[in-house]
Design a protein. Structure first.
Length: 470
């Protein structure tokens, strides 16, 4: 396979494809990069001259797009053309959990991967390196190879040259909200493969900005499994600390103090042990479910049950928070106004996929609460989609609550009986409790599930406070 890459195509212009290729383009001005997608609206947004309207919000991303777009970074729906013209093709499409059929609720749905592989098989010219960027079950590279090779086995015009493909696994470890920084300074880059020159070609791209010692090469299956394992380990830490947050509440220990003490052990480390309303995001749950599916498939029942528990604690944490809110507000929230601060699954992103806010809000609406939702980056349309119920201020049925999108903390707090902080946005760290307490109905409550607010000040102004793990 060729070692010098001049043209790259990335299939999938989502949270991974967009930022990853932007950082590639920024560091490799000598490579032409085309990011393609079937979603026309998404491509239009990537091409929007107004950089505040890019489809994805990530700190630092707009500046890179401004520098590279139209020079060596392009966004297009012309999938065929860009597959045809490329030396290396990244597959960065979505791999959600299957919602029906065999493996429903656990296995990853690979239909978008298969479709991408078929597109490459049909359109690619000779000698193409195909890179798995999406997170995939172990041994998916085998399937991709078979689909790619199928073009050579069809009865075809003997004048058409045989196409050569190699498949590499190069999972992405970026976290949303810090994607640009993670891509610029990754802890490691992982490349799995069995063709040395293809591995060298991909390595050569990363070496433009990443040190050799940070680039790890493994066999395909280790690479695919490492990605699932890394996410499972990270999620497991969150479920571990969240389980202890409940014990803190029962015993009088303080979860922040416990996390500090535990995290100072260098073997444990202080990252990823912040208690909260449970992990959200598009990947942790789906990747652990996939791990569980793989364990079941290989008959590893005990291992499967072990990882299942990480998800169960995560669900329980969310439900526990809803119950606490209702109980503190005298056992009923029917017709009560509740301010929801934060809807994104974490700060510094507009992504709401699997956000704990979704189920907490749905449950509170079902309990009859009138929610006033504010998030600095998530818009009303997205919230409507997630809550799948129409914003209705004139809802006369007081048994079923409703929700309304508002554009400030102040508006959310008007006449509210409770404020629930669900995302750790900086803005929520410095709330003016003197001002906000006057807007709320008495007795008023603050529920801080992210441990970010100045609870002493809130108490000073007459607000009752419940903070997680306290
Ligand atoms: P996404 O849904 O944001 O983007 C995927 C894009 O692929 C969509 O825009 C979709 O229209 C497009 N697509 C699907 N099939 C296509 C096809 N045949 N041709 C062209 N375009 C097609 O998903 P994402 O968050 O970017 O995740 C992509 C993969 O990366 C997943 O496997 C995910 O597990 C993994 N991953 C995600 C993150 C993250 O932070 N979101 C981090 C690491 C890894
Ligand atoms: C996660 C991983 O961190 C990435 O390495 C991985 O590439 C990515 O999944 C993926 O495969 O999609 P992401 O989901 O974007 O990244 O964000 P995280 O920072 O991991 O946060 C996930 C969830 O855990 C958020 O809801 C966050 O609030 C929560 N969390 C995180 C905690 O509750 N406590 C913590 O200490 C850390």
């Amino acid at each position: 396979m060729k070692s010098e890459i001049k043209k790259i195509c990335c299939i999938g212009a989502g949270y991974v494809g967009g930022p990853t290729m932007a950082v590639f383009a920024y560091n490799c001005p000598h490579i032409q990069i085309n990011v393609v997608d079937i979603n026309e609206d998404r491509i239009k947004s990537w091409n929007n001259p107004d950089l505040s309207l890019l489809p994805i919000y990530e700190p630092g991303l707009a500046a890179i797009i401004k520098k590279c777009r139209g020079k060596n970074l392009h966004f297009s729906t012309d999938i065929k053309k860009h597959i045809q013209n490329s030396d290396m093709i990244f597959i960065s499409v979505n791999t959600p959990t299957k919602t029906k059929g065999i493996g429903k609720g656990k296995a990853l749905d690979l239909k978008w991967i298969e479709k991408s592989a078929r597109q490459i098989s049909n359109y690619a010219k000779n000698n193409t390196i195909v890179v798995e960027k999406s997170t995939l079950p172990v041994r998916t590279a085998d399937t991709i190879k078979k689909i790619l090779e199928s073009v050579n086995t069809k009865e075809q015009n003997p004048k058409i040259k045989r196409k050569n493909f190699t498949v590499l696994s190069n999972p992405e470890f970026l976290a949303e909200g810090s994607a640009v920084d993670n891509l610029q300074n990754p802890d490691r880059v992982l490349i799995g493969g069995d063709d040395d020159s293809s591995i060298e070609a991909l390595k050569g791209i990363y070496l433009n900005w990443i040190k050799n010692e940070k680039i790890l090469t493994t066999n395909l299956w280790s690479s695919e499994l490492s990605k699932l394992t890394a996410n499972a380990f990270l999620a497991q830490r969150i479920s571990s600390i969240n389980s202890i947050s409940a014990l803190c509440e029962a015993t009088g220990a303080d979860i922040k103090e416990v996390a500090l003490a535990v995290g100072m052990d260098s073997r444990i480390g202080n990252n990823f042990i912040s208690a909260g309303p449970g992990f959200g995001g598009s990947c942790f749950k789906k990747d652990i479910l996939n791990l569980i599916y793989l364990c079941d498939y290989y008959g590893l029942d005990k291992v499967s049950k072990y990882w299942q528990q990480v998800i169960e604690i995560n669900n329980w944490q969310r439900e526990r928070i809803t119950n606490i809110v209702v109980n503190k507000l005298f056992g009923t929230i029917s017709d009560k106004k509740i301010a929801i601060l934060g809807f994104a699954f974490k700060a510094n992103t507009n992504d709401t996929r699997e956000s704990p806010a979704i189920l907490i809000c749905k449950d509170l609406i079902e309990e009859g609460g009138n929610l006033r939702i504010y998030d600095p980056k998530v818009n009303s349309k997205q919230i409507e989609k997630d809550l799948s119920c129409i914003q209705n201020q004139n809802n006369l049925d007081k048994e079923i609550g409703n929700w309304k999108f508002v554009n400030s903390i102040e508006k959310a707090s008007e006449d509210a009986d409770g404020i629930i902080i669900l995302t750790e946005w900086d803005e929520f760290k410095n709330i003016n409790w003197s001002k906000i307490s006057q807007k709320m109905r008495k007795p008023s409550w603050l529920f801080d599930t992210r441990l970010v607010s100045n609870t002493n000040e809130a108490k000073l102004f007459g607000i009752d406070v419940w903070s997680l793990g306290n």
